[in-house]
Design a protein around this ligand. Sequence first.
Ligand code: GLU
Length: 478
Amino acid sequence: MNNEQKIVTRFAPSPTGFLHIGGIRTALYAWAYAKKHNGTFILRIEDTDKAREVEGSIEHIIESLKWIGIDWNEGPDIGGPNAPYKQSERLESYIKYANILIEKGYAYADPYTEEEVEIYRQKAIEEKRPFLYRDHRKEITPVWDGTQSLRFKVKDIKSYEWNDLVRGKLSAGQEALDDFILIKSDGYPTYNFAHIIDDFEMGVTHVMRGDEFISSTPKFLSVYEALGIKRPEYATLPPIMGTDGKKKLGKRDGAKDFLEYKKEGYLPNAMMNFLAFIGWNPGIEKEILTPEEFIELFEISQIQISGGGYNEDKLDWINKEHIKLLKESELEKYIFEWLPKELQNKKIIPLITERISKFGDIKNMVEGGELDFFYKEPACQNDKLIYKNTDKDTIISNLTKTLEIIEKTNESDFTTQNIKIFLMEFADSLENRGQVLHPVRYALSGLEKSPDPFIIADILGKNETIKRLNKAISSLSS
Ligand code: GLU
């Protein structure tokens, strides 16, 4: 590769349903590589398997990529110099190259029906030998009129050796080569053929994709040779393994629709950070990266060969760290999105932030959850107001003194900071701070473990704080 060559990468999903993290990670690496080198990143939709197509997938794919922050220079929604970007709209190109292959004697119209091929296949199974289509070629084949499938004719039956930027030297024996379908009888090309033509026409320089394509690589190479065109570099990405680290991530281990993470309240930058590290290791200590830092660091040579494991605890930790990187206004916006109107109070933000790893956790904290006492006056049990073996009268007296302090505080001075100063002054004069902090906490929240009572008082406001303290005092005095 010469230094001046412009890097062109692509993400080429098939619209067969939602994207899960495996697909997004492939897109991420290809995108990062193009970004880093001021190259071009293309989104191409590989929609030639009409039977497997799921309606709405393209929009879903686009939404998923946009959410995580992956953008493209060319694609079906924005066009570009190599338009169109949907394979179903590029049929003319495939036919053009198919005709070149026919002329060169590298392609022929399939003379058999599917049933006939099936008979040969069964026979091979019975005789315990591999089925090879090329063993059944006919001397004379019909003229290709577009209604039969078109097969590639492997002329050079040989072993292949090629270089993969991640895996190094790879090779395959002659058995990996057979006459495969280039264009199906429905007129659509196969993946094996279409992606080669597209990558060539779009000037793709680097192909990053999963290891499931390694076994077909000899086929791809034989088409490149037959057409006399240069292939892009290949970088095979490691699979994402399930939590057990043993098998590929499956639906049961969390291979869910990528947009579910958005619904669960993860941050897109945290998702990017998390995915970046599944299968790539820059060899540094730092684990929290912004998108810009990731792009800057990214090198294909640091992509790993073996699969990285999916670990949701790690994701939660990364997300929590990214929450800390948010600007105050962004944090407020995210948190308020998840909070009911009554609790949309700036003061509650730190209290929530320290308790969540993703914004969806807020759902369990509000009504009926940990923060329920902000909505409704908690129940008050006398025995719970008592701190260790302090006598009841001391608790009553401490709560009464607290009440006086609160009553004396001006509305305008009623802040977490001031309440803390005033109450701590009193608490420190006691034998044990708990003799006042515990009953105040319980009186205000109905919880023995709760956020700091000063912030609770501040959020509840002066009137509600007085009301709850009074209630505790009269309950203890009765
Ligand atoms: N359409 C293929 C898929 O979704 C893309 C493979 C490739 O990137 O070449 O698996």
